[in-house]
Write a protein that binds this ligand. Sequence first.
Ligand code: PLP
Length: 396
Amino acid sequence: MEKRSIYADNAATTQVSEEVLNAMLPYFRTGYGNASSIYKLGRDAQLAVETAREKVAAALGAAPAEIFFTSCGSEADNWALKGTVETMAKKGKKHIVTSVFEHHAILHTAQYLEKHGIEVTYVPVSNKGLVSPEDVKNAIREDTALVSIMFANNEIGTIQPIEEIAAVCHEKGVLFHTDAVQAVGHIDIDVKKMGIDMLSLSGHKIHAQKGIGALYVRKGIVLPNLIHGGAQERNKRAGTENVPAIVGLGVAIEAATKNIAEKNVSITAKRNRLIDGILQIPYTRLNGDRDKRLPGNLNISIEGIEGESLLLMLDMYGICASSGSACTSGSLDPSHVLLSIGLKHEIAHGSLRLSIEDNISDDDVEYIISVLPEIVAKLRAMSPVWEKMMKGESYE
Ligand code: PLP
């Protein structure tokens, strides 16, 4: 069989698009001015930064003054949580609410805050991978400073009821932040309509370069400075702007948020074909709600195999994919996301995440469906867990 090259790991990162690269290039050589400089070269760089800010704001239904550029999505998450806590703790609000299956940029920040006297409630998720607004409501206390619930999960792609959660927070007078790193550019987002107070996003998930992100902060919310120094980002985040990266983010978000609904028709059809095809393999299950999920995400547990071996084997067949198991985190623990939806350790270890975009051909979709059964059969033939399962013995 001919070797292919299929990239099905867009939730991990994306290729910088030609459009983005072309927009960035002038700012490395001819337009290299410091955006704080007063002469034309500097003013042009400043204009490019502000144009990008307008594009990011427009994509979210926000005002440009509500957008702060950061170095990545993780930084935006850290700033939202630590910044809010720093301000609110002075008012006696020392409690935050988040969910058990957030990205580590949120979870590890929450754990850090716990070490510094902040109480954190981690709301559970259902076995379909959804957070209940009712659970969020019940977790909010008199001293709650912030609720942070991700827009879409990075492993299983489930889309949370963000508007309802925001409404619950506002009913109780609590600020609401969402980590929308996986959602921006894939589903329509309007921060005003949805009642979002703060939102994190990242460029490299939407065909901009790695190392650029942004935090939307609703007008009226004052976060403490993230980096002290110069007056960049309205005095909040010092450091000479990364003009090419910011320009790239502006172009990327504009392109990603154009005609989302139209693009999603074809992506969803390909994703559903993959789900149906892969679920033909015995002892497999789809993780996360089938409909309330990102159009390009599928996450399937395949019993009796190790995710890591599966990924290596897929690589040999020319397919780049991801798994919720050990290799992604560098630890031996299975994914906290898969455990949070009730999967047993052994099953969580053997999961496959494919995150596709519209550029995957129907032929490549069929190729994945056709090679997976033989890959799984090979791995199961070598698996002691599978052998025990087939004999009906306990393998925990
Ligand atoms: N939040 C979510 C949901 C993510 O998927 C990621 C990246 O995978 C991040 C935050 C971190 O973004 P960045 O890589 O830009 O720091």
